[in-house]
Design a protein. Structure first.
Length: 183
């Protein structure tokens, strides 16, 4: 009898705790609708979220850190087929950028940050040589902590789940300690 009552009281709590990671995870980077990559000083974006309207798939924009809206960045028209559309920018200087894709229907396919680390494209014809590691261009980011990296929703969901589990475990431990005959 005691076990039945215990399970009926803790069942909804356990179900909510099991569903918490799914609810907090949100959309994954793959569900954002775009995929951004770099190769030397070239940045490219690929999407399959846009449909062609009046001969246009839409536009992609490469924004620097101080540009806030789509029209301020370097724009490129999307080209491709119904399966995949893409755009690319060449001669991009090193830095952090945001790529935003807006389809021809006015909807945003997605946005993603990208870091361009080198203006030189790798030359596969040269044999690899041992070289000294160059110093970071921006120096050490001391004191910035977690604000330097933009964590995705999956990482934040897992972190929230761990914190929530810790809170629940602490509450259970304190309750158990105050009344030892209760679970």
């Amino acid at each position: 009898m005691r076990t039945t009552r215990l399970l009926s009281r803790s069942g909804p709590v356990l179900a909510a705790a099991a569903a918490l990671p799914i609810g907090l995870a949100g959309p994954s980077p793959a569900a954002s609708g775009i995929s951004v990559s770099t190769n030397g000083s070239t940045v490219s974006v690929v999407t399959s979220a846009c449909t062609q309207i009046n001969g246009s798939w839409g536009n992609a924009s490469l924004l620097t850190g101080n540009q806030a809206n789509f029209a301020e960045g370097r724009q490129a028209a999307l080209t491709g087929t119904t399966v995949s559309q893409s755009a690319a920018w060449s001669n991009v200087s090193p830095g952090t950028y945001t790529v935003v894709v807006v389809c021809s229907n006015g909807g945003t396919a997605g946005s993603q940050s990208v870091i361009v680390s080198s203006a030189k494209a790798p030359n596969p014809s040269k044999a690899p040589q041992a070289a000294a590691t160059p110093a970071p261009q921006r120096g050490v980011a001391g004191g910035e902590g977690g604000t330097v990296h933009d964590y995705g929703p999956l990482t934040l969901g897992i972190g929230a789940t761990l914190v929530g589990g810790g809170v629940i475990a602490a509450a259970w431990y304190l309750r158990r300690r105050s009344k030892p005959r209760r679970l």
